[in-house]
Design a protein around this ligand. Structure first.
Ligand SMILES: Cc1cc2nc3c(=O)[nH]c(=O)nc-3n(C[C@H](O)[C@H](O)[C@H](O)COP(=O)(O)OP(=O)(O)OC[C@H]3O[C@@H](n4cnc5c(N)ncnc54)[C@H](O)[C@@H]3O)c2cc1C
Length: 473
């Protein structure tokens, strides 16, 4: 803990108490104050941990939007009509946090940080006022924002980036009022795939535009091709090698021609919201994400960071990475919260595990792609096997393809990708576990995995892939 602040004088209008009193010249006695910036997974899991461990700590959490602890991951299913409303995606409301004595203030945006004087400049969006708020301990969990390249037309109202529930509400309102016949999704990562499915479900004609030669850049191209085939079979018009060059009122312009579009969704990846931190002198690294150590400490004294705004570390390549995923954000937030409140925890790094689906086809990946493994200096062997998700004779057996990547000679497992029917994607978790344990092909082949005909063949497809790879070492 840093030194307690004790008495502090706050200028008129500079302090708003949790009850909303403003404009007071006041002298307040406080224990250490933790200020959390960002009210979603990485911010509020840290706040909740800190509260559990330190009943005396004053915790203020500022969130510029209206919601806390929400699932952005559920937005595609909200847009597709599977959920009733935005409230379905809120795991814990501001009121629930307040009942835990966490002073959550929504529609409060932090617009500046002065670390030497331990003050944040805060803009109350609801009342249009700006004030300063002191802190002893700071946790930055500002997330990421959709990448918007400098292309004409991206500021048109029917072009939507999707990151927060406010974005989701705008997108849903637009979809309901304009009833778009033609939707173009720019980018074919998992957000692009899931939103393509959402608009198919809404009855639109959907085109996915991708600049690369294959969809889903997180997969090797041979596995991406399987996803592209599944997208086409599901009714998506897939345009690879098509670079987005502009948007007009009624079309998307690409390097290979014009595509009609009543509504455009951006799935071009995200960039970390690290401007506040870097302006305050905190070190940033990969793609501008905030550099943190294993305890989620930043380069500044008593300042932590977690989630999409910060850098992580790949456990296979040993390299720093920016991996904006909800699983990572929540785990890092927990670690930060434990350390902030005087405990000790470390975040072990990421394998890059991710799962998604496009209609009836599931996709899973973990570890390094073949090319990434070579770039990281490994001698690489890879095998691709076809199999079924259950015993092949079961009536609901689904086709699945597993690609497994290992290190030449040692047989250390380096990564896997899976594309197939229901029951395929989560098999990647076995490989994620193998990566964490630095297992070899032999270890994987010997694993005592569950088997019964409705769940698997006697040899699970991931073990079949390992067996096929063994002779190549
Ligand atoms: C459509 C979609 C689908 C996804 N699906 C998955 C999935 O299936 N699996 C998965 O693991 N991940 C998924 N993700 C990613 C996941 O949602 C994010 O990784 C996760 O939300 C990151 O949490 P976070 O707390 O770091 O950041 P965020 O969720 O971005 O939260 C940051 C918060 O900080 C607030 N904020 C930012 N700046 C300020 C400021 N200056 N002052 C005050 N408040 C501020 C923002 O309003 C925001 O609420 C998906 C994301 C999207 C958009």
């Amino acid at each position: 803990m840093v030194a307690r602040r004790g008495w502090q004088t706050v200028a008129p209008g500079a302090y708003e108490s949790s009850s909303g009193t403003t404009g007071r010249r006041t002298v307040v006695l406080m224990a250490d104050r933790l200020l959390v910036i960002g009210g979603d997974g990485a911010g509020m899991s840290a706040a909740a941990q800190a509260r559990r461990r330190q009943p005396e700590l004053e915790i203020v959490a500022l969130e510029m939007g209206r919601w806390t602890s929400y699932s952005a991951c559920g937005i595609p299913y909200l847009v597709g009509g599977a959920l009733d409303g935005v409230h379905d995606l809120v795991a814990r409301s501001p009121e629930e946090f307040r009942s835990m004595r966490i002073d959550v203030r929504t529609e409060h945006e932090v617009v500046g940080l002065d670390l030497p004087s331990r003050k944040a400049e805060v803009h109350n969006r609801a009342h249009g006022r700006t004030f300063q708020l002191g802190f002893d301990l700071l946790h930055i969990a500002t997330g990421a924002r959709p990448r918007r390249p400098d292309i004409p037309g991206l500021d048109l109202p029917h072009v939507h980036g999707v990151q927060t529930l406010a974005d989701a509400t705008r997108l849903l309102d637009d979809a309901r009022s304009s009833r778009p016949g033609h939707v173009v999704v720019a980018g074919s990562g998992y957000v692009g795939l899931e939103l393509a499915e959402a608009f198919l479900d809404r009855g639109a004609s959907v085109t996915v535009v991708e600049a690369a030669s294959e969809v889903m850049g997180t997969l090797d191209p041979d596995m991406g091709a399987l996803v592209a085939r599944a997208m086409r079979q599901a009714g998506v018009n897939v345009r690879t090698g098509a670079e987005l060059t502009g948007v007009t009122e009624s079309a998307v312009l690409t390097s290979v021609g014009e595509i009609p579009a009543d509504l455009v969704v951006l799935g071009l990846g995200v960039e970390p919201n690290s401007d506040l931190a870097s302006a305050a002198g905190i070190d940033t690294g990969v793609r501008g994400s905030i550099v943190v150590d294993r305890q989620q400490r930043t380069s500044a004294e008593a300042v932590w960071a977690a989630g999409d705004c910060c850098q992580s570390y790949n456990i296979v390549s040993g390299r720093p990475v920016h991996l904006p995923l909800g699983t990572v954000a929540n785990k890092q937030g927990r670690v930060a919260g434990i350390n902030i409140s005087g405990g000790y925890a470390t975040f072990p790094g990421v394998a890059g595990t991710a799962v998604t689906r496009i209609c009836r086809t599931e996709v899973g990946r973990t570890g390094l792609k073949e090319g990434e493994a070579k770039d990281a200096g490994f001698g690489v062997v890879a095998a691709r096997v076809e199999g079924t998700t259950t015993a092949a004779y079961m009536p609901d057996a689904q086709h699945t393809t597993v690609k497994l990547i290992a290190e030449r000679r040692t047989g250390r497992i380096l990564g896997a990708q899976i594309v197939g029917g229901l029951g395929s994607a989560k098999r990647v978790d076995v490989i994620a576990t193998a990566l964490a344990a630095r297992m070899t092909l032999d270890d994987l082949i010997g694993l005592d995995l569950g088997y019964a005909p409705p769940f698997s063949s006697v040899w699970d497809p991931v073990q079949v892939a390992a067996r096929q790879l063994l002779p190549q070492l």
